[in-house]
Design a protein around this ligand. Structure first.
Ligand SMILES: NC(=O)c1ccc[n+]([C@@H]2O[C@H](COP(=O)([O-])OP(=O)(O)OC[C@H]3O[C@@H](n4cnc5c(N)ncnc54)[C@H](OP(=O)(O)O)[C@@H]3O)[C@@H](O)[C@H]2O)c1
Length: 162
């Protein structure tokens, strides 16, 4: 099984504010769709609830939602109550952890790949952050590009050193 984490972060590592993603980069959303299509995506209950109702479950992917609430359910969501159960559901496949902050931190020790998008902005009052990384990663960094929204962004792909 391969475990990949995918997120976009501002210059200070912020990934969210008020349970939303506080920027819009359609090119990054497209890349997210391409990288995750056909795989399992694992997300926290708060990230599930941050998705617009019309976009959930995310199509063409198994949507696995982590919650400690044994009564929680939602149409189209497969519920898991602990991370190792969520990662184990199909050991043959790649599983992609798509947030948010709590789930990135919990899943980082299991991750083989990190697909990070750097967003060239600073979000005031951010309340969700990417985990700190140690130096156990080989990193390939793309060029900065400018979105149709005017926001600058670049991709950083990290692979765990073995
Ligand atoms: N920039 C990006 O790429 C990106 C991507 C995704 C999300 N986000 C942002 O991240 C923010 C949300 O992150 P968050 O940290 O607040 O919430 P989250 O990680 O999405 O979800 C947290 C919830 O997950 C459940 N949970 C956490 N750890 C668990 C565990 N070990 N076992 C079982 N369930 C567990 C709990 O649900 P219960 O309370 O139901 O028990 C907890 O409240 C939002 O602002 C969102 O927009 C950003």
């Amino acid at each position: 099984m391969t475990v990949a984490l995918i997120w976009a972060q501002d210059r200070n590592g912020a990934v969210g504010r008020d349970n939303t993603i506080p920027w819009r980069v359609p090119e990054d959303q497209k890349r997210f769709r391409e990288l995750t299509r056909g795989h399992r995506v694992v997300m926290g209950r708060r990230t599930w609830e941050s998705l617009p109702v019309r976009f959930r479950p995310l199509p063409d992917r198994r949507n696995i939602v982590l919650t400690r609430d044994v009564r929680w359910s939602a149409p189209g969501a497969e519920v898991a109550h602990d991370l190792s159960a969520a990662l184990r559901i199909d050991p043959q496949d790649t599983v992609i952890v798509m947030g948010g902050s709590q789930i990135y931190a919990a899943a980082l020790p299991f991750a083989d790949h990190l697909w990070i998008t750097d967003i060239d902005t600073v979000v005031a009052d951010a309340d969700a952050h990417a985990p700190d990384l140690d130096d156990e990663w080989d990193c390939s960094i793309g060029e900065w590009a400018t979105s149709t929204t005017g926001m600058r962004y670049r991709y950083r792909d990290l692979t765990r050193r073995r």
